[in-house]
Design a protein around this ligand. Structure first.
Ligand code: GAR
Length: 215
């Protein structure tokens, strides 16, 4: 069944997660369509990826707005002009205002490069190395007003090796991200994944704190 859910993807950088989503749609394995890609940074390579895929791309540079509230209002307007049913944060490196988050609550997903609730915020790979963690990974979660605190949908783990640098570990994590994010997005597009009362449900079953299939 192709529900053709309208997706707007927000990015700030390379856009490898965006590319994975587009590739999955291309081969018919994701029941949605990306109707627009928006970056807050004009240099984001993800904008080029959108152009190459023939998808509407916009740069809404946060430096052009006097406040976070003004920026988020403009961003909301642009997203809503595309009748987005799902907002996908794919390396969008901005803290969102509560008003913005509430507007999309239950239909906005994020991917975060750590095994949440560990290492919310930035520099997650270095923090995992510094803590001597033996495993690290990424989490897909619904976005709620608490930064990186919304209910987890799926996590993927990778080993941390003794001589890992943060960038080696990041590559290992990002390889997992490219599979797990399209999977979770597809669940949402197929109406199998919902958020209710700050919990994530897949096929009517409440997911654990670490999400579905954490191993
Ligand atoms: C990804 O690793 C994602 O988990 C991370 O940014 C990277 C974006 O890569 N997101 C965050 O840190 C959000 N707090 P990409 O631009 O190649 O998709």
């Amino acid at each position: 069944m192709n529900t053709n859910t309208s997706i707007v993807v927000l990015i700030s950088g390379n856009g490898s997660n965006l590319q994975a989503i587009l590739d999955r749609i291309d081969i018919g394995n994701l029941d949605g369509q990306v109707v627009a890609v928006i970056s807050n940074d004009p240099q984001a390579y993800g904008l080029e990826r959108a152009r190459l895929a023939g998808i509407k791309e916009y740069c809404l540079d946060h430096r052009d707005y006097p406040s976070r509230e003004d920026y988020d209002r403009a961003l909301m307007k642009l997203i809503d002009n595309h009748d987005a049913e799902l907002v996908v944060l794919a390396g969008f490196m901005r803290i969102l205002t509560e008003g913005f988050v509430q507007h999309y609550v239950g239909r906005m997903l994020n991917i975060h490069p750590s095994l949440l609730p560990k290492y919310k915020g930035l520099n997650t790979h270095q923090r995992a190395i510094d803590a001597g963690d033996k495993e690290h990974g990424a989490s897909v979660h619904f976005v709620t007003p608490e930064l990186d605190g919304g209910p987890v949908i799926v996590q993927s783990k990778v080993p941390v090796f003794e001589d890992d640098t943060a960038s080696e570990l990041a590559s290992r994590v990002q390889e997992q991200e490219r599979d797990m994010y399209p999977l979770a997005i597809n669940w949402f597009c197929q109406n199998r994944l919902i958020m209710d009362n700050n919990k994530a449900f897949l096929d009517g079953v409440m997911l654990e704190e670490s999400g579905y299939a954490s191993d």
